[in-house]
Design a protein around this ligand. Structure first.
Ligand SMILES: [Zn+2]
Length: 88
């Protein structure tokens, strides 16, 4: 139980107070509101997801696609000349 100045109006409020009794600000004892914290958490998750997606697409582009292309083109090279024209 300690009193801190409200983030919005400076009125002394308890750190555990959900709203400021003076101005009604949410989480007055914290530097950022719960909504801001949720928004930051959301953007952190978004950044992690985007990083994973970009890494995943890079990985697919550089390892899976060349391997798949190899698998697709190899049988064509062994096949007779008639079916080879699509590969080259
Ligand atoms: Zn206040």
């Amino acid at each position: 139980m300690s009193l801190v100045p409200c983030r919005a109006c400076g009125h002394k409020v308890d750190t555990s107070a959900l709203t400021c009794p003076e101005c009604g600000a949410t989480d007055p004892g914290h530097k950022i509101s719960r909504q801001q914290r949720n928004a930051i958490g959301f953007f952190v998750q978004l950044a992690v997801i985007l990083a994973l997606l970009s890494w995943g697409s890079w990985y697919v582009w550089n390892t899976v696609i060349p391997k798949a292309r190899e698998l697709i083109t190899k049988p064509a090279q062994e096949a007779p000349a008639a079916s080879r024209q699509s590969a080259q």
